[in-house]
Design a binder for this molecule. Structure first.
Ligand code: DUC
Ligand code: ZN
Ligand code: ZN
Ligand code: ZN
Length: 467
């Protein structure tokens, strides 16, 4: 049975027109005006006055991630369902093997966890150490498992972080495989030194988390990662870029023609570090790495989105409950699990505070939300577009109406929302995932395990093609 969506305003990264979309067998079968393809039993959706976007691709999420002595509180079922509620129909999660663990053992664990996803998923592979077999394992990931992107952490030294010699080895290996290296850029040793100093002075409150990882720590690591990628001749993708210092490093590299891509997240665009001054221990909800920056950085990030300096907006969705998880760090900010929920809010926030605020246009919005992450990471045009033959992942969006984000109503399995009280305009009336309506007017109808694994392949110099 198919779905015919009639008379919607179809908006992609490049086009905008009123028309119909016909979905059949999980794929988009036709796009055009006045389609009359429907057959008996088809669902017909009148999308007059509404917008139709390609389903969102969130290229940076962590479902049930074992981290800092606990586990992120959304699993692949609840986390992907929250994504669907917010118009995100595909995710790329990170396999993060423990230091010393084989990459392929980590992959086996993630394959198992992800089986319950309600929407499609792919993986990046984190390389958390470099052993005798790592190069071989990276080749197997790329060639046999469709994982052509590798993540490295310059922070979290002693746990999942790598040192520079290891980072160089990962970049060289990725270059040989035609794979892309993504980097969490913070100067790990400097963070540890600052944490020690602050704690020694008795500074344990969540606000000192931010003080232990100031913007120069990210700027330096971003510049160093870019320099290493330049030395090796390998494209690089900077995850969750938050500050002017890091933007300066990207700007300098791009002006030389180096292939550097960057991602930011809604929390870095919309919050400032006054969140750490909330009463009591409430600031812990905003403890993530990198931290929320002082006022001034947010406008620079918006400008970088609009100019194309930053290519994608992901969420780094990594929720922890205030009660029972964040409170592990009640007496020591360095023990507060790092991360927050956000997968459900990306569309609403980018739309309201990006498009409606005049900071980005509708095509750039679709690009950041869906098309660029799909292109950069090898999912396009199956994902990230509205074309015949592509997967039928669509958001039908009613631009009318206003709602307020709250932990009381979100689908994240988390007792706090870092966007609590944010007003957002419009709402998805239908979210279609693989040709099936999975959310109608905020009501989910998802199927545990319906999500499929998405093997990926990057074209030659994929990064350079992407923009
Ligand atoms: N930062 C976070 O805040 N959480 C997960 C991992 C990371 O890098
Ligand atoms: Zn309807
Ligand atoms: Zn990170
Ligand atoms: Zn992350």
């Amino acid at each position: 049975m198919g779905i015919l969506i009639k008379n919607g305003e179809i908006i992609t990264a490049s086009d905008r027109f009123v028309g119909d979309v016909y979905c059949e067998d999980g794929k988009i079968a036709a796009v055009g005006a006045g389609l009359s393809k429907e057959r008996a039993g088809d669902t017909v959706i009148d999308a007059s006055g509404q917008l139709i976007f390609p389903g969102g691709v969130d290229a940076h999420v962590h479902m049930e991630l074992p981290f800092m002595g606990t586990e992120s509180s959304d699993d692949f079922e609840t986390g992907t369902a929250a994504g669907v509620a917010g118009g995100t129909t595909s995710i790329i999660d990170f396999v993060i093997p423990a230091r010393g663990q084989a990459l392929l053992d980590g992959l086996a664990m993630w394959n198992e966890k992800a089986k319950k996803a309600v929407s499609d998923y792919a993986f990046h592979m984190a390389v958390t150490w470099f052993g005798d077999d790592t190069l071989k394992e990276m080749a197997v990931c790329t060639r046999e498992h469709g994982i052509p992107s590798f993540k490295t952490f310059m922070a979290y030294r002693g746990a999942i972080g790598v040192d520079d010699p290891e980072l160089i080895q990962v970049m060289e290996a990725a270059k040989g495989l035609g794979a892309l290296v993504t980097v969490h850029a913070e100067h790990g040793d400097a963070v540890v030194a600052l944490q020690k100093k602050l704690l020694k002075e008795g500074k344990t409150h969540p606000r000192f988390h931010a003080q232990s990882r100031p913007a120069p720590i990210e700027g330096e690591a971003t510049g160093r990662a870019i320099m290493l990628a330049r030395m090796i001749g390998e494209p690089i993708y900077i995850v969750h870029l938050t500050c002017k210092e890091a933007l300066a490093a990207v700007t300098e590299a791009r002006s030389r023609g180096q292939v550097v891509m960057a991602e930011t997240c809604p929390q870095y665009l919309l919050l400032d570090d006054s969140v750490y001054e909330k009463p009591g221990f409430e600031g812990a909800a905003y403890v993530m790495s990198p931290p929320i920056r002082p006022k001034g950085h947010q406008d620079a990030l918006w400008a970088a989105l609009s100019s194309g300096l930053i290519q994608t907006v992901a969420t780094d969705h990594c929720p922890f409950n205030q009660v029972g998880q964040k409170d592990m760090g009640k007496d020591d900010f360095s023990r507060i699990p790092n991360g927050a929920a956000g997968i459900e809010n990306r569309l609403a926030l980018l739309w309201t505070y990006g498009v409606l605020a005049g900071r980005i246009d509708v095509h750039r919005f679709v690009d950041l939300f869906s098309t660029q992450p799909a292109k950069i990471f090898g999912l396009y045009p199956r994902k990230g577009s509205i074309v015949p033959g592509g997967d039928a992942d669509l958001v039908i969006f009613d631009p009318k109406g206003t709602s307020t984000i709250s932990a009381k109503t979100h689908h994240h399995r988390c007792d706090r929302s870092i966007f609590e009280g944010f007003e957002v305009k419009g709402k998805p009336t239908h979210v279609i995932v693989n040709g099936r309506v999975q959310c109608t007017d905020g009501k989910l109808d998802v199927q545990r395990g319906a999500g499929r694994y998405l093997p990926r392949r990057l074209g030659p110099s994929q990064g350079a093609q992407a923009f």
